[in-house]
Design a protein around this ligand. Structure first.
Ligand SMILES: Cc1cc2nc3c(=O)[nH]c(=O)nc-3n(C[C@H](O)[C@H](O)[C@H](O)COP(=O)(O)OP(=O)(O)OC[C@H]3O[C@@H](n4cnc5c(N)ncnc54)[C@H](O)[C@@H]3O)c2cc1C
Length: 583
């Protein structure tokens, strides 16, 4: 179980081995609760799942026998990142591959901050959960003999990644899960339902803080239109990532960090949020391109594609034993160095050797994205640059997806289950969504949370104007992206603080999202400023080395006096890449 806040505070604030945390510049005002009209309707269910990607839909299916289930999702069901996943899903299946090898690859990518028990759970339970997904109707690509076709991606020392529809793995998984959930009359799905906040619950004097449901805004007519409340025994957050806080990202428009912000406001702890993976190869569409951009999957390199600079030279050879298939942070940093050295804003993937047929059959999504941009991958180099891709940290959970707030669980990209550490191994996140959603269901079944009465919500409401979003994204990309330093991060905090002054007059979808983006951005910048080292996906130009004293987790909580409060918890493993935790 996640320890309660008091024990973390007393045992784990800055250890004496660590140099004093640098004083943070003043943090912007962060709303304690989103301004909205009071709920005009209330629904009671047993379990409310927030989000309908791989994590949310799997949680709903797995919780099916435990009572009434409602899935609320802020857009159409398929609008999350899951639909866009290309490369595939990793699990141990090929002859010669072993659980220990997959664990080792995950730990190495995680740069000393993976939680070894969580990684072991992921890798050992993953195969059964994928088998269930296949039973639920997901069809992966197979060869003529009916065997799964496997590929490799960055950081994997084995071919262990299965894919579907060539490079449309997420779309196939989402299709299968939607069809399983909609066929189940016991699961209610409410679309266009944006969760605003978690509702605090009444608790006894010696109980830890708890939640009793969510407030949400539902677009549409009838009794469920407008702002309402859903009360539940268990709330499962599965709201995905935060990519939209950056100017360019692979994430869809719904990835505005709402679940992270709501959890923080409610008193949940966040962990390792400074680790944000920038995908090294996102299609470069010119300097003015903004928002969600097409990915050129690592699997292209897995099939033989190469990275070349503007002189046509391969630059990953000699930089890492796996060359183009080095872990993502290594490749992204090397690309950024190449770009800085040459004064250009992109490099190239050379996939011409794959030939048109392979491109069309194996990578139809990428082929079409390139063709739409006037590039023929069979004859042209593909311009690429890094963009925000994956939120490695998130809402701190234990190995069963439980948070420090009673009644609140989290799984998928919104959660920090501990499997990714400082950097996610490619194709482990879909697997994480399956495994930890199932574990939440088991936990709720074995230790059913009681139904709690909502407490009076005394948190001060606030709202930031939607007009700040482009400037927030620019500030984050310029100062808190793949390359960071103290001066830039301080500048970023100042810019965010200035933007946060722009208070919204009228509540509405865009200002709720803008307020969430501000909360998440401020928390990320604060953590990135404190961590004075380079590790995994967090790269500080002013502290270029990995530092042993920093091998631990930064936890963040909302604090009424200080804005945000940080604690440092040393990592449990003893070896820098976590491997000494082998069992
Ligand atoms: C382009 C791309 C390619 C990728 N390729 C791979 C890959 O090959 N392999 C791999 O393992 N991973 C890959 N990933 C990562 C992986 O897809 C995601 O980490 C994973 O799908 C996240 O699943 P999820 O269920 O946690 O969140 P999502 O699928 O993002 O779903 C989040 C859900 O929450 C909803 N939501 C958000 N806020 C609210 C709110 N306030 N109220 C109500 N609902 C809300 C959203 O609408 C959505 O339904 C890729 C990601 C991208 C973007």
């Amino acid at each position: 179980m996640v320890p309660d806040a008091a024990s973390v505070t007393s045992s784990a604030v800055q250890p004496s081995s660590l140099p004093a945390f640098p004083a943070l510049p003043p943090l912007p005002f962060l709303p304690r609760r989103l301004s909205a009209e009071p709920p005009g309707w209330v629904r009671e269910v047993d379990i409310v799942v927030v989000g309908s990607g791989i994590a949310g839909l799997t949680a709903a299916l797995e919780c099916r026998e435990l009572g009434t289930i409602m899935v609320v999702t802020k857009d159409e069901v398929a609008a999350g990142s899951t639909h866009w996943a290309q490369g595939g899903i990793a699990w141990v299946q090929a002859e010669g591959d072993t659980v220990q090898q997959h664990i080792d690859d995950t730990l190495v990518a995680g740069a000393g901050l993976c939680i070894p028990d969580a990684v072991r759970v992921l890798v050992t339970e993953g195969p059964d959960e994928v088998a269930k997904l296949i039973n639920r109707g997901a069809e992966f690509d197979r060869d003529l003999a009916g065997e799964l076709e496997l590929t490799r991606e960055g950081g994997h020392n084995r071919k262990r990644i299965a894919h579907a529809g060539g490079d449309a793995t997420g779309a196939e998984i989402e299709r299968a899960l939607i069809s399983a959930v909609t066929a189940d009359r016991g699961i209610e799905i409410v679309e266009q339902a944006l969760v605003l906040d978690l509702i605090p619950a009444e608790v006894g004097p010696n109980e830890r803080p708890a939640v009793a449901g969510v407030t949400l805004h539902v677009l549409g007519e009838g009794t469920r239109g407008g702002v309402g409340a859903v009360h539940a025994r268990a709330i499962v957050l599965a709201t995905g990532g935060i990519g939209q806080i950056y100017a360019v990202t692979t994430n869809p428009p719904v990835s505005t960090g709402d679940g992270v912000a709501a959890a923080l406001r409610a008193g949940a702890r966040l962990r390792d949020i400074e680790f944000i993976q920038f995908h090294p190869t996102v299609l470069y569409l010119g300097q003015g391109a903004r928002g969600q951009l097409p990915l050129v999957s690592e699997a292209v390199r897995g099939e033989g594609g190469q990275l070349v600079n503007s002189r046509g030279e391969r630059f990953m050879v000699g930089k890492h034993p796996l060359a183009e298939l080095a872990p993502r942070d290594v490749v992204a940093k090397q690309i950024m160095k190449e770009m800085a050295a040459a004064g250009v804003d992109h490099v190239y993937v050379d996939g011409r050797m794959l030939g048109e047929e392979t491109w069309r059959v194996r990578f139809p999504t990428i082929w079409h994205s390139c063709r739409r941009a006037g590039i023929n991958p069979a004859t042209d180099l593909i311009p690429v640059a890094p963009a925000c891709h994956y939120f490695c940290g998130g809402v701190e959970t234990d190995i069963d997806g439980a948070t420090n707030l009673a009644g609140l669980y989290a799984c998928g990209e919104v959660a920090s289950s501990g499997v990714h550490g400082a950097n996610r191994l490619a194709s482990n996140s879909l697997l994480e969504g399956l495994v930890f959603a199932r574990r939440i269901a088991a936990r709720v079944r074995d230790t059913p949370p009681p139904r709690r009465s909502p407490a009076q919500d005394r948190r001060k409401p606030g709202l930031i104007d939607r007009s700040i979003v482009p400037a927030l994204q620019r500030a984050m990309s310029r100062h808190a992206g793949g390359l960071r330093d103290a001066a830039g991060l301080d500048q970023c905090v100042s810019e965010l603080a200035e933007l946060a002054r722009q208070v919204a007059v009228e509540p509405g979808l865009e200002s709720w999202e803008a307020s969430n983006m501000m909360t998440v951005a401020a928390a990320i910048v604060a953590s990135a400023r404190l961590r004075e080292e380079s590790r995994g996906a967090h790269w500080r130009d002013d502290f270029e080395e990995r530092r042993e004293i920093w091998r631990g987790h930064l936890l963040v909580e909302h604090d009424d006096q200080q804005g945000l409060r940080h604690h440092f918890v040393p990592a449990r493993s003893t070896n820098p890449d976590g491997r000494s935790d082998r069992q």
